[in-house]
Ligand binder design. Structure first.
Ligand SMILES: [Zn+2]
Length: 385
């Protein structure tokens, strides 16, 4: 397989991989041989290649054992925290028995930067043992207190690249992507599959994905999940939804639960509308069901008083590279005051990250002009299936 990035240290991987695989079942001390892995390339391409390799729907590829997996997930998440604090050798040793590599990755694409990639290693048969996901930590000392999460690769088309785009352009601290299709172990209600929620990281509360979320974010962290839905061909109720639906996962006020503020969501909505995307903040539109009220990452973040941004984009929005970039632009502009690249692809590195969004009231300077220029293509993109 040709990889769009370069690898150093591979020479010792093959020999060491055998030792590590032995370490899983026999002698944890052999994990001390965990190699240092350094790679460089385009982080977006790494994420997309990983997405293509994930177990598909009904593959039964997600492996979770109630008796041992919760403890293993906690150990892996603890190792991620250790890595974030800079002790990479200790993190590598802790991760190795569970098949996770810690890769020191130099991103050569727009924005550059050094990142730590926690990546599950394929076994001798080419398959990963657990498929618990891919995690990227920003090594920049002043990475923003911001996380982008992609719980639904493969199913929510183009959301891995949207989330890694947000991570890179926002200079975020964390990117997380699930390790399988959400229905790898079956969809709830689809016989004969009984595992239902196991493989759906935005439903199942007990997973490495959740452990990473809880260990690597805090009250001050803005957590963004860019999801996707379709007005046609899926849940018929979705046909009532706007182009973009924002939620923080809190229940409807009418549910009997106390009404909770939805901090920041309306600022994001304003930015999306400036880009001519029809937008609603759930549950303002009572007929649209996309409230994310059972999302465990949202529950955790709301529970500690943090801000959770669940962003559902319609299929036509995601199918256009220019329009899906506007969604990321709107989020970054509202949360960070960073001007995005809606005007077109960037060709110069200095333009990529950190251009300020200077207009008052959360408006990006130039946003209206960009929206006006792109209105024709936007209209085309919004109304196809
Ligand atoms: Zn989703």
């Amino acid at each position: 397989m040709t990889m769009p990035w370069t690898v150093r240290g591979v020479g010792i991987i093959t020999a060491t991989a055998l030792m590590v695989s032995l370490a899983v079942s026999r002698a944890p001390s052999l994990a001390a041989a965990a190699p240092t892995l350094r790679e460089s390339g385009d982080l977006t391409q790494l994420v997309l290649a990983y997405e293509r390799s994930l177990p598909w729907r009904n593959s039964d590829g997600y492996k979770w054992d109630e008796s041992s997996s919760p403890r293993q997930a906690r150990t892996i998440a603890d190792a991620a925290v250790t890595a974030r604090h800079g002790d990479l050798a200790a993190a590598r040793r802790a991760l190795a028995p569970y098949g996770y590599d810690l890769v020191e990755f130099t991103h050569t694409g727009i924005g550059g930067g050094r990142h730590l990639v926690l990546r599950e290693r394929p076994q001798a048969n080419g398959k990963r043992a657990r498929n618990w996901g891919l995690y990227v930590l920003n090594q920049k000392p002043r990475a923003r207190d911001l996380a982008f999460e992609a719980p639904h690769p493969q199913f929510d088309t183009h959301t891995p690249e949207m989330n890694i785009d947000g991570y890179l352009r926002g200079g975020a601290a964390l990117f997380a992507m699930a390790g399988t299709h959400r229905y790898a172990n079956g969809k709830p209600g689809d016989n004969p599959y009984e595992l239902s929620l196991d493989s759906d990281m935005a439903r199942e509360p007990d997973s490495l994905f959740q452990q990473m979320h809880e260990s690597l974010t805090r009250k001050s962290t803005d957590v963004v999940q860019l999801h996707g839905f379709a007005r046609q061909g899926g849940n018929s109720e979705n046909s009532q939804c706007e182009d973009v639906v924002l939620a923080n996962g809190a229940a409807r006020p009418s549910s009997g639960e106390p009404d909770r503020p939805r901090p920041g969501l309306r600022q994001v909505a304003d930015q999306l509308r400036l880009r001519l995307l029809s937008t609603t903040v759930w549950p303002d539109s009572t007929s649209c069901p996309l409230g994310a009220t059972s999302n465990p990452q949202g529950k955790f973040t709301r529970g500690i008083g943090g801000r959770f941004f669940h962003v559902e984009s319609e299929r036509a929005v995601r199918d256009s590279p220019e329009v899906r970039a506007k969604v990321v632009d709107a989020v970054l502009c509202a949360l960070l005051g960073i001007k995005g690249r809606s005007g077109g692809p960037l060709t110069r590195r200095r333009e990529s990250v950190g251009r300020r969004c200077t207009a008052p009231s959360g408006r990006c300077s130039g946003a209206e002009r960009e929206a006006g220029e792109d209105s024709a293509s936007r209209a085309d993109a919004a109304h196809g299936p």
